[in-house]
Design a binder for this molecule. Structure first.
Ligand SMILES: Cc1cc2nc3c(=O)[nH]c(=O)nc-3n(C[C@H](O)[C@H](O)[C@H](O)COP(=O)(O)OP(=O)(O)OC[C@H]3O[C@@H](n4cnc5c(N)ncnc54)[C@H](O)[C@@H]3O)c2cc1C
Length: 310
């Protein structure tokens, strides 16, 4: 049986063949996946693990695509997206007012607003992060002085390379550092437990409004991008280094370093992933030449033969 037919026979959720990935990412570039499946429960994930092993094809977990650059050639294997079965928010778990367990497919801004309504603080920064909870756990996403590691107690993961076994990783095992965790590539985050703090809802609403205002003023949030392209090097800001290296406005085809924030690359509808990669490579080389600093991408690049930038 072919890959797509096998997935359709085994997975309860949707299976699409040759599905374009660009429109599922905030950068809006990149080619198709051989197959894309929307899984609805852990048994679907186990089926995906078995089908990928049987066909010797790679998998890729897709959250909300807000930190992904997909190559123009696309992805040669199975893209796994968590469906509605992986949403849901439970508040007050274990009898703790600030105990929250949420499904990994919850969009971060939705989750941040939901806990705000419950008068729970600690996740306000999530209102400005256009990813999923699962993607935010993997990336240890953060902003405005907060990050996931501050509020995360554990993450439940399904290991695709281990036949779909379910494991609970506590914070220590997750080993979070700046925009990074020690989660192995085959670990799909399916749920996470957060420890939040009862806080005045009016204060939370005001904090969130201020974060959103700051974003609008300092970042090109109305243009397609993947947020910050490079990680900040210790003690400095990638945006400052890029601007000082004269890269603001640098363009290849439809991709350009934003004039508003130098650590953002914005794209026009005609852009290709190759354009974005060419801008990333140029910026990295210029910053190294001018400042002697080797910037490391924060954006996750998939499907490229050339991975020198990572
Ligand atoms: C305008 C804009 C602003 C942004 N601002 C910020 C910011 O302030 N701070 C910040 O940290 N980030 C920011 N980002 C980047 C991005 O939103 C975060 O990195 C986010 O956590 C990515 O989540 P996602 O669901 O979109 O993941 P994706 O982009 O879909 O995937 C990113 C990585 O996570 C993996 N992944 C996704 N879901 C799961 C899962 N369930 N289990 C295991 N692995 C998974 C993917 O395989 C991939 O390796 C911004 C992006 C944009 C476009």
């Amino acid at each position: 049986m072919g890959l797509v037919a096998d997935l359709r026979a085994r997975v309860s959720g949707r299976v699409l063949a040759d599905e374009p990935l660009g429109e599922r990412t905030t950068l809006r570039v990149g080619g198709p996946a051989a197959a894309l499946t929307t899984v609805e429960d852990v048994s679907d994930l186990i089926a995906v693990a078995e089908v990928c092993a049987a066909h010797s094809v790679p998998w890729l977990v897709l959250g909300r695509g807000s930190n992904l650059l997909v190559a123009d050639a696309g992805w040669p294997g199975v893209v796994v997206e968590l469906g509605r079965g992986f949403r849901g928010v439970e508040v007050g778990v274990d009898g703790e007012p600030g105990g929250v367990v949420a499904g990994a497919a919850e969009p971060m801004p939705v989750l941040a607003r939901r806990v705000e309504r419950e008068g729970l603080g600690g996740l306000a920064f999530g209102v400005a992060i256009p990813g999923s909870l699962g993607g935010a756990v993997r990336m240890n996403a953060g902003a405005h002085g907060g990050e996931m590691a501050d509020v995360l107690r554990w993450a439940e993961v399904v290991r695709l390379a281990r036949g779909g076994s379910v494991e609970r990783w506590d914070l220590e095992r997750l080993g979070p550092s700046y925009r990074h965790t020690e989660l192995p590539a085959d670990a799909v985050v399916v749920r996470a437990r957060l420890d939040l703090v009862p806080t005045d809802p009016e204060q939370l609403a005001a904090d969130m409004a201020e974060m959103k205002r700051w974003r609008r003023e300092t970042q090109p949030i109305n243009e397609p991008s993947c947020g910050s392209v490079f990680r900040n090097p210790p003690g400095d800001a990638a945006g400052r280094l890029i601007e000082a290296a004269g890269c603001k406005g640098y363009r290849v085809g439809g991709a350009a370093v934003s004039a508003k924030h130098a650590n953002f690359i914005t794209v026009s509808p005609a852009a290709t992933a190759a354009d974005v990669l060419a801008v990333i490579t140029h910026v990295r080389d210029r910053v190294e030449h001018v400042h002697g600093v080797a910037l490391r991408p924060e954006v996750v690049m998939v499907g490229f033969e050339e991975t020198a930038c990572q």
